[in-house]
Design a protein around this ligand. Sequence first.
Ligand SMILES: [Mn+2]
Length: 361
Amino acid sequence: MSEARVGAEAGYASSATLDEIASWLRTRRRVCVLTHAKPDGDAIGSTIALVRTLRLIGGSWADPAHIKAWYYGPLPTWTKSIAQSDEFEAVSSSKINENGVEDTEPDAIVVLDTGSWNQLESVTPLLKGREDRTVVVDHHLDGNPDVAERRFIDAKAAAVCVLVAELCRLLLERESVTKLPAGVAEPLFLGIATDTGWFKHSNVDARALRTAADLIEAGADHSRLFRETEQRQRSGRLRLVGRALSGMELHLDDRLALLSVAAKDVHETGVGLGDSGGLADYALAIEGVEVAAVLTEVEGEGRPLTKISMRSKSAEDPIAVNEILTAFGGGGHRQAAGARYEGTIDEAKKELVRLVKEALS
Ligand SMILES: [Mn+2]
């Protein structure tokens, strides 16, 4: 399969350097830091590191209350052990509206780890018309250039935290990432660790490892981070994994694994919606499986809706799951992508088998 950016909107590329973005941000006082809905380690790590950095350089004039990360959608259970509660607000989209954030007009909006309208649905009213004071820093292949005038996009970066580490270094005028304050370095390390599956996935490269090493030198406590984020699961989460695995289907000569999570599985195991991440990795552990998809029933939409999360195994020419999911308007990375399908889990399965069969031929 080609590397072509199927479905990518032309022009989703950098329009500014990190240096230019840092100089501009340094003059801003009320900064609203956003990321995609249902934030993950990279999203939370990058936003908290930037909030801490901006508060540090803000000096006396910057009111910390006006430099904040705003999250929406379910949060990971460990969020509070990574971020101080005054550094972020978990809000409903009604608090983020066209009048600003709870009626505070931001003079800068920074969007990290996404630049796609379809991942920014809840904050679209805030972003529309403020492109001139919005910055996007992202490492995804696809996005919409009209979200922000100032964009820094590097799809080769393993995590957005690799890029934000450099942005924080520039903002704080440190000679190297090793000189970042520990409180800035630690959430950045978390982002790199989680987006690479704790340094297992094929996106690990020398730059990710070097940045991670520099962050440890700066004081990031990696074993605390691992304990706090990976070893604090609720038992219900593993019971949910058990249910999904026992219902696993293998298709296309066992090259495709399908896992499904029905709403009733979520209710009966008592887990939150944020607890179904990482399921696909279990299926990729099977010999012969090249691609795995997790199909989750989305409730409360008034019509059947299925969330699809897909992963492909590392190989010389890995299956581009982001290309497969453009059929459903989804996207992401070559080996990790997601989409929403208007239909039931069973309907989504049929479509996926057909699409993956096509991609494999
Ligand atoms: Mn990321």
